[in-house]
Ligand binder design. Sequence first.
Ligand SMILES: Cc1cc2nc3c(=O)[nH]c(=O)nc-3n(C[C@H](O)[C@H](O)[C@H](O)COP(=O)(O)OP(=O)(O)OC[C@H]3O[C@@H](n4cnc5c(N)ncnc54)[C@H](O)[C@@H]3O)c2cc1C
Length: 421
Amino acid sequence: MAERMNAQVIVVGAGPAGSAAAAHLARAGIDVLLLEKSTFPRDKVCGDGLTPRGVHQLLRLGIDLNDPGWRRSRGVRVHCAGRQADVDWPAHGGFPDFGLTRTRHDFDHLLARHAQAAGARLHTGTKVTAPLTDAAGRLTGVTAVTADGAATEFRAPLVIAADGASARTALATGWQRAPGRPLGTAIRRYYRSGAFTDDYLHFWADVRCAGTGADLPGYGWIFPLADNRVNVGLGGLPHRRHGATDLQGTLRQWVDQLPAGWDLDEQHADGPSRSAALPMGLTRRPEYRDGLLVIGDSAGMISPWNGEGIAQALEAAEIAADTIALALTRPPGPRREQALHRYSAELDHRWGRYYRLGNTVAAQLFSRVGYRPLVSRRIMTSPTAISVVLRLLSQATADPAQDGIDSVLNTVLRLVPPLRR
Ligand SMILES: Cc1cc2nc3c(=O)[nH]c(=O)nc-3n(C[C@H](O)[C@H](O)[C@H](O)COP(=O)(O)OP(=O)(O)OC[C@H]3O[C@@H](n4cnc5c(N)ncnc54)[C@H](O)[C@@H]3O)c2cc1C
């Protein structure tokens, strides 16, 4: 017979979304089980970069940002057609004025420990195999195989799916991905290089695809880390006109023509290149149904503007936890359900119009010609124009507006119709 464990909330997956949700829930005094199939530390294919929006969420979680494992960035250095422009993160508004990098090998372990320290019951080596439902189709928990190979039932009135791009928990309940949302792919490789002593995240808008020579429908990056390594990668969106890009070949070709002094060669490579999918644009709407909340990549929360997903996973985790804390004060039934539907409504309020416009821009511009039109010579040489681009891509505007750039961007976004549920 299967073993059985109960909690108020079960979180499937201890990536940034799941660990942050578990930490917020535990801090609210809620009994939470955090189930993770791997054991920490473990790798996760990522660019390892956090914008100020993500840093803000780490501060809200109470993470120590003075730890030497972090590397701070003061902004972004954009490279295109032999030119470069430095844009610092905005120093006003509600976000910190710096970004961070840290390998996911360390970062995810740190966040999982943080959730545990807050009171979450973390079970690693525990692979969730199926959702459990009652006769009405409402989730009542999950089945899993634990580290010692035992089949176990974990029961709770609410489940959070934070199991990443595979979204197995949502799919197992029949919850499909919404059609027409952008689905990118990205690849990264680590190199040992001390060449990047500046404090910028580096982006390239003029990477050429291997084989075709066309502009990559995406961008390339080099993100310096605290341990004298760099995370080098590129990502792109497929389009019916050019089909899928040979990311491996494109990465090799691009890195080969970067300056030799940067040490981006086989001799300095640290491990192989690895790629993964980027589900973007909010792919499961509304994000709550029948006892199940979806957060992070399982809900396709990666920004269609820049391919960033950690900040969004952390922010949605906090909104989900707040929603649940309120809902659990109400008895099971319509009033509790009403409270749970606020999760999706709050996401709409914060991101709906931004994602709707981003989905259109990704489909009509980035997937066709990439980012080069956004960083033309005229834009690169205008500090105001390039700041507008950075703020738009990283959702770094302040609302209420703190300056003219915020005012313009906020006004544009208010004119966009809300995102459909
Ligand atoms: C190449 C690449 C570069 C990227 N670069 C950046 C970047 O620089 N900055 C940024 O913000 N975003 C970046 N992203 C996106 C970012 O990695 C994701 O958005 C982010 O990891 C989402 O977090 P998550 O917690 O939702 O999912 P994940 O990080 O995927 O975590 C899901 C967790 O669930 C666990 N899990 C899965 N199935 C089960 C199961 N059945 N049972 C138990 N546990 C399970 C997994 O083991 C994992 O720990 C990049 C993505 C890629 C592919």
